[in-house]
Write a protein that binds this ligand. Structure first.
Ligand SMILES: Nc1ncnc2c1ncn2[C@@H]1O[C@H](COP(=O)(O)OP(=O)(O)OP(=O)(O)O)[C@@H](O)[C@H]1O
Ligand SMILES: [Mg+2]
Length: 453
C-alpha cells in the first residue's frame, strides 16, 4: 500500500482521483490547495504525488519543486488541461514522472499510477543498494587505530572528493584495493562506475584493447567494435591495479591519456574525450623501477600527484588485535554463528608474527582458525604453524638448536627450508605461483628453479 498525495483546486477532480487510488488499495491524501499540500509533504512522505498544474496561487510546479527537495523524492504525476501540454513537458524536464491530460480514461490513469509506483519502488531499491555498497567501503571498514593508519585516513579524507590522480603503494595485502574503493565511494563520482583492472593479468596487446577498446578489424579476432574500460568508467573512477607490471609502450600511451584526457581505440584514428578519475596501485617501489629503467619517470609523476603509502602490518602490530576481532566478526556474520573468543597466547602469537602477506594473510589465518576451533574458542593450535611457532614459548626466536637436524649438510638444510617456505607461500596465495613469486620478491623462473632443488 502506497501513500499518494492528490492536489487539485477542483474538489470533484480530487474526489475522482482519490477514489481511483483507494480502489487500487492505496492510501489517498486529498488537498485542494498547493500550499497546504506542500506543508503536509514532509510529514506524509508519500511515494507518489498527483498534482494539477494550473491552480490559483501556488501551482503544480511549486509542488514539484517541494517534492524535489525531499530527502526521499516521490514520483510526481502532473495533471493538465489540453491547453497546457507544453507546460506539462516542461514539468517532465523538471523531474516529473509523467503527465496526464484531462479528461482522462480511468483505466489509463490507473496504468500511469501503477507505472509510477513501480518506478518509485525500483528507485528506492537502487538507492538502498547503493547506500549498502557505500557502507561497505566507508572508512570505518578500514580497520586500524595506529598512528600510521590515522595518517592514511586523514589523507584519504582530504583527497577522496577531488579529481586528483592517486598512486597507492604498499606490499601485497596491505589494503590497496580497499583504499581505492573508499576513495571512489567517498567522491562525487560515487554514483558512476568504479572499474578495476589488474595490469599484470593480461599480456600487453590484450591489456591495451581492454583499457582503450578497439575498432572492428584492428587485429585478428576483433570482429566488432569494442568499448574499453576507460570509456566504461566515464564520469566514474578507473583503478589500475599492479601498474608496476605495465609494459613500456603501454605506459607511454597511458601518459598521453592522462595528459590529454582523451582515449583512442586500437585501430582507430579518432580521439574520444573522457572524464575519468585515475587511481593506480603498485606493490613494489616505482622509484626503484624508475632507476632500473622499468618505469617511465614522467608517468610516475603524473600518477603520483598524491601518493598514499600503506604501511606493512609488521610496522603497526598494535592494529593486529582489532583486525583479528574485525575478521572474527566478519566470519561469524557470514556463517551466522557466535563470534569466537581468542585465547591470550593465541592473540600474542598473532601480534608477534611478521605477516609477510599483511592483512590478507591475517584474514586468511583468522578464517582458518574460526573453521578449526572447538566451542568458539581459538587456541594456539588453531593458528597456522608458522604463526604459532612465534608464540611466547619461543619468544619470537628461531627454534632451539637441539630441534634442528644437526648432522645434515648446510646446503641441503637451507635448500629444504627454502623449498618449504616457498611451498607455504604458494599455499597461502591459494596456489598462485605468480603471486607467491611477487610476495617472495623473486622471479617466476627463480621460484621454479628453487622448487626443483
Ligand atoms: N585496514 C584494513 N581493515 C580491514 N580489512 C583490511 C584492511 N586492509 C586490508 N584488509 C582486507 O585484506 C584483504 C586484502 O586487501 P586488498 O585486496 O585491498 O589488498 P591489496 O593491497 O590490494 O593486495 P594485493 O597487492 O595482493 O592486491 C581484503 O580482504 C581487505 O578487505
Ligand atoms: Mg589488490
Amino acid at each position: 500500500m502506497a501513500r499518494i498525495l492528490i492536489i487539485d483546486d477542483e474538489p470533484a477532480m480530487v474526489e475522482v482521483i482519490s477514489t481511483i487510488c483507494r480502489d487500487m488499495g492505496h492510501q489517498a491524501f486529498p488537498f485542494n490547495s498547493a500550499a497546504r499540500a506542500i506543508e503536509a509533504l514532509p510529514g506524509t512522505m508519500p511515494q507518489l504525488v498527483v498534482a494539477d498544474i494550473k491552480m490559483q496561487h501556488l501551482t503544480g510546479f511549486d509542488v514539484l519543486r517541494a517534492c524535489n527537495d525531499l530527502s526521499q523524492r516521490p514520483a510526481v504525476i502532473m495533471v493538465t488541461g489540453y491547453a497546457s501540454v507544453e507546460t506539462a513537458v516542461e514539468a517532465m524536464k523538471l523531474g516529473a514522472f509523467d503527465y496526464v491530460t484531462k479528461p482522462f480514461k480511468i483505466d489509463q490513469f490507473q496504468l500511469t499510477l501503477q507505472r509510477a509506483l513501480d518506478f518509485q519502488c525500483a528507485v528506492r531499491e537502487n538507492t538502498i543498494l547503493k547506500r549498502e555498497l557505500k557502507d561497505r567501503y566507508k572508512f570505518e571498514n578500514i580497520v586500524g587505530t595506529s598512528s600510521k593508519m590515522q595518517q592514511v585516513y586523514n589523507l584519504i579524507a582530504k583527497v577522496a572528493d577531488t579529481d586528483s590522480t592517486i598512486l597507492i603503494q604498499g606490499e601485497s595485502g596491505t589494503g590497496k584495493e580497499l583504499v581505492a574503493r573508499a576513495l571512489h565511494f567517498n567522491s562525487r563520482r560515487q554514483h558512476h562506475p568504479f572499474v578495476a583492472i589488474n595490469c599484470s593479468a593480461l599480456p600487453e596487446n590484450l591489456l591495451e584493447s581492454e583499457l582503450f577498446g578497439h575498432k572492428k578489424g584492428a587485429f585478428t579476432g576483433a570482429v566488432q567494435d569494442k568499448m574499453g574500460l576507460f570509456e566504461e568508467a566515464h564520469h566514474g573512477t578507473i583503478f589500475l591495479d599492479e601498474i608496476n607490471s605495465m609494459a613500456q609502450t603501454l605506459q607511454t600511451k597511458l601518459l598521453r591519456v592522462l595528459q590529454e584526457r582523451t582515449i583512442r581505440r586500437v585501430g582507430d584514428t579518432k580521439n574520444i574525450p573522457i572524464s575519468v578519475r585515475v587511481l593506480a596501485a603498485s606493490n613494489e617501489s616505482l622509484h626503484e623501477k624508475i632507476l632500473t629503467g622499468g618505469f617511465r619517470e614522467d608517468l610516475y609523476y603524473r600518477l603520483a600527484v598524491i601518493p598514499i603509502d600503506l604501511p606493512p602490518l609488521r610496522d603497526r602490530p598494535e592494529d593486529i588485535p582489532l583486525l583479528a576481532q574485525h575478521f572474527m566478526q566478519k566470519v561469524a556474520a557470514q556463517n551466522q554463528t557466535p563470534v569466537p573468543k581468542i585465547e591470550a597466547d593465541a592473540m600474542e602469537a598473532l601480534t608477534k608474527y611478521a605477516w609477510p602477506g599483511n592483512v590478507r594473510e591475517l584474514e586468511n589465518a583468522i578464517e582458518r582458525a574460526c573453521a578449526l576451533c572447538d566451542d568458539s574458542r581459538i587456541t594456539l593450535t588453531d593458528l597456522p604453524a608458522q604463526v604459532a611457532q612465534r608464540s611466547a614459548a619461543h619468544g619470537g626466536e628461531p627454534p632451539e638448536p637441539g630441534k634442528l637436524p644437526v648432522g645434515e649438510p648446510l646446503d641441503a638444510y637451507v635448500k629444504n627450508l627454502e623449498r618449504r617456505f616457498i611451498e607455504e607461500t604458494i599455499h597461502f596465495n591459494d596456489g598462485s605461483r605468480d603471486r607467491a613469486a611477487k610476495m617472495l620478491g623473486i622471479s617466476m623462473a627463480t621460484l621454479y628453479r628453487k622448487l626443483a632443488n
